[in-house]
Ligand binder design. Structure first.
Ligand code: C2O
Length: 345
């Protein structure tokens, strides 16, 4: 078969990039990753129990203490360590602001606003979760998910207001118990709690069901290698609640609503990982609604690959096809009721 060119980064190219407001940022590792050997991704050992991601608003004290400690250790690691907090956060900056050129062209690689959105973020939090677990010697550690699509979860989970989970760069008027506007667009909705919740649930139905019947509407449009490969068409969930909640949480006093509100800084806020855990869960939920039929079979998507460091600090090359079955990745989501499923207008 003719060999195809897939989207992938050229690791020798990490360079200064631009924030959403075109301010130069630099997120590259201290030493070029291209000088490191890499390994190909392997599925985790099936002898290790499946990690179960649970809703953050129901987290118990033991879990919070454990996770708090893992973050504290991660934050204490030096920047030279790819497992360190800022290096982890900068992975998001690198891939989301275009710090790498593509492997086969000089175009910048930026994974948002396309069909790269779900799989790339799945990879990022998969490695992050395993690193956290290994730092506290817990092979069972699982990230929580911010269950903002359920009425009880539509607030910044309380755990994020204490200890290692605090980020001072958040909009102080949106801290709990303020109910979230999951379709926030820089303007306060002015709705009371009950009305906001009802609006959110109806909106979820649209983003997950009525507005997401075609694959491209949910997954985002194609992003292929080369100058003209980028379509710039985000899926329903990526636009909102995803983007909307990034903006809603980030500080209104910062120019780009850092931290959560800007690509380059978003993953510095611990709530980022719970936000993306829920996004990832909703991808599974959407797949479930269509009986797990493969969402995209185009090899240019399936074979696209990216690089992350694992819990042993090894550089790993991972393809999209590697992350389409979470059973093989050995994690799952605790079952919660998706109330929006019954919110047909
Ligand atoms: Cu890469 Cu939530 O964004």
């Amino acid at each position: 078969p003719p060999s195809i060119v897939v989207l992938s980064p050229n690791l020798t190219t990490c360079h200064r990039s631009l924030s959403d407001a075109d301010v130069p940022v630099y997120c590259c590792p201290p030493k070029r990753e291209s000088e490191e050997p890499f390994i190909d991704f392997q599925f985790p050992d099936t002898s290790i129990p499946v990690r179960v991601r649970k809703p953050a608003h129901l987290a118990d004290a033991d879990y919070i203490a454990k996770y708090n400690k893992a973050i504290a250790i991660m934050k204490s690691l030096p920047y030279s360590d790819p497992r360190s907090w800022l290096r982890q956060a900068n992975m998001h900056c690198i891939y989301c602001t275009g710090a790498y050129n593509q492997q086969h062209s000089n175009s910048l690689l930026k994974i948002h606003r396309s069909w790269m959105f779900f799989p790339w973020h799945r990879m990022m939090i998969y490695f992050h979760e395993r690193i956290l677990g290994s730092l506290i010697g817990d092979e069972n550690f699982a990230l929580p998910f911010w269950n903002w699509d359920a009425p009880e979860g539509m607030f910044i989970p309380d755990m994020y207001t204490n200890g290692s989970f605090v980020d001072t760069q958040r909009d102080s008027s949106h801290l709990p118990p303020q109910v979230a506007d999951i379709n926030y667009d820089y303007v306060e909705s002015g709705l009371g709690t009950e009305d906001q919740i009802a609006t959110n649930v109806a909106f979820m139905y649209n983003q997950m069901v009525s507005g997401a019947k075609k694959t491209e509407l949910f997954m985002g449009c194609s992003y292929k290698a080369g100058e003209d490969g980028f379509c710039d068409g985000p899926g329903t969930i990526e636009l909102a609640p995803h983007n909307a909640l990034h903006t809603w949480v980030g500080s209104n006093l910062n120019p780009e609503r850092e931290n959560l509100g800007a690509f380059y800084s978003a993953a510095r806020d611990p709530v980022f990982y719970a936000h993306h855990s829920n996004i990832d869960r909703l991808w599974e939920a959407w797949k479930g609604l269509r009986n797990y039929k493969p969402e995209i079979v185009d090899p240019e998507w399936l074979d696209s690959y990216f690089f992350f460091h694992n819990e042993k600090s090894q550089l790993v090359r991972i393809k999209i096809r590697d992350v389409l079955d979470i059973t093989k990745l050995r994690y799952t989501y605790e079952k919660v009721e998706n109330v929006w499923l019954n919110a047909r207008p």
